[in-house]
Design a protein around this ligand. Sequence first.
Ligand SMILES: [Zn+2]
Length: 221
Amino acid sequence: MVCEVNPKILPETDNSCGIDLGIIDFATFDNGEKVKAPKPLKSKLKRLRRLQKHLSRKQKGSKRREVTRNKLAKLHAKITDIRTDFLHKLSTKVIKENQLIALEDLNVSGMVRNRKLSRTISDLGWRSFRTMLIAKGEMYGRDVRIINRWEATTQTCSCCGEKGGKKELSVREWTCLFCKTKHDRDVNASKQILKVAGGQLDTQNGLQRECKTTIKACPFG
Ligand SMILES: [Zn+2]
């Protein structure tokens, strides 16, 4: 596996980011930026499922089964390449641009009981992404913090800190009943993740600042 980070010390930065990992968008950042998983990956994953089904129907030891098996192996390798490349590029970008990076702890099996959904999640590579961030963070002196998943980041309003109750996965936007702020579900979660990781639950300033790019002022600096 080739890592594209330049092996030199990164200059320190005041930037920090909170990241919410999801299915619709692979990663949502606290500044509102959203990154989707590469499209070719999705179509290839579909093809993978189809081939797997075909394979199970083919007679054992048959030539056609062998052909399908080869196709499947090639596709597997291709998917791994696309995904690894995507995860490496994104994790490197995040590490380069931020001093503090906050993520939520992932408990894929416990969090998602729906088998189809948990398969999608493992396909996306959340776990690899986290592993890469931690490894690159250590290598380049960045602070990668994983927060406890019980912090209820989707339920808490990142502006006023009030809990708005449990939200189904289908609820993409919501308005805080207390401070009337309209939230994008994932952006609010990533803001909250950063807030919890920074240990600055009482200071709200800074966190409400909207930024145009990933590079933003550190609310904790
Ligand atoms: Zn609120």
